[in-house]
Design a protein around this ligand. Structure first.
Ligand code: PXP
Length: 246
């Protein structure tokens, strides 16, 4: 089976920092430590309201990380200008609502085709690899391809919520959708990523989907780091991903 990369999302290191307005803990330090522990890339979401990652964080991450930076952002002119200034390895386009606690699902690549098209083109023209964060849904995957994005990231949020609720039927349904979507996306020539809500308990069935090339995981790892440290948390996640892949 192809190898599976781990992108570590460090947003919530900034959440802890911002809870007190202190200069620590530093997301760049977390990103560097994550890379040392085996992360293949670092993901950070610069939100319109700057609730966690700041402009200064993006500046430092873009300049100093030795592994690829995946910038998650909404498709707005402000974010586009920031991405074009820093030229991260990748940009993942996500939907954003001010009142949401976290990203609640995938972007409407099909319904917002005309709005998204120039963003995908301008980012791609700058040499940035564009990924569309979509629900595991054939229509959204086809729309992502027709937008010209080379990557789709399948949202695993609903699957993870079904695992927490102990709803086995829903879990099976979400996994089936993730498997079919990953196969359809790969067949269309798209690189497939997945993420949102993944933990030690729910990662394996997703990691076992052969077409998936990268998982992006953050909130759980930063929480687990409180107990075992960030490096150990990442190493354990890596082990589980590798076991699922065998
Ligand atoms: N992928 C995308 C597109 C996301 O928006 C997020 C959350 O910011 C993640 C992955 C990581 O999710 P989590 O923090 O729940 O692991």
């Amino acid at each position: 089976m192809t190898s599976l990369r781990l992108g570590v999302n460090i947003d919530h290191v900034a959440t802890i920092r911002n809870a007190r307005g202190a200069p620590y803990p530093d997301p760049l330090r977390a990103g560097m430590l994550a890379a040392k522990a085996g992360a293949d890339g670092i993901t950070a979401h610069l939100r319109e309201d700057r609730r966690h990652i700041s402009d200064d964080d993006i500046d430092k991450l873009a300049r100093e990380l030795k592994v690829p930076l995946n910038l998650e952002m909404a498709a707005t002119e402000e974010m586009l200008a920031i991405a074009l200034r820093h030229k991260p390895h990748a940009v993942c386009l996500v939907p954003e609502k001010r009142e949401e606690r976290t990203t609640e699902g995938g972007i409407d690549a099909a319904g917002q085709h005309n709005h998204l098209k120039p963003f995908v083109r301008r980012l791609s023209d700058a040499g940035i690899r564009v990924s569309m964060f979509v629900d595991p849904d054939a229509r959204q995957i086809e729309a992502s391809q027709s937008l010209g994005a080379p990557v789709v990231e399948l949202c695993t949020g609903a699957y993870c919520e079904a695992v927490i609720a102990g709803d086995e039927r829903a879990v099976a349904g979400h996994l089936d959708a993730a498997r079919k979507s990953a196969a359809a996306a790969a067949w269309l020539g798209l690189e497939v990523h997945a993420g949102h809500g993944l933990t030690y308990d729910n990662v394996k069935p997703i990691a076992a989907i052969p077409e998936i090339r990268e998982l992006n995981i953050g909130h759980f790892l930063v929480g687990e780091a409180i107990f075992v440290g960030l490096e150990a948390a990442i190493r354990r996640m890596r082990e589980l991903m590798d076991e699922a892949r065998q």
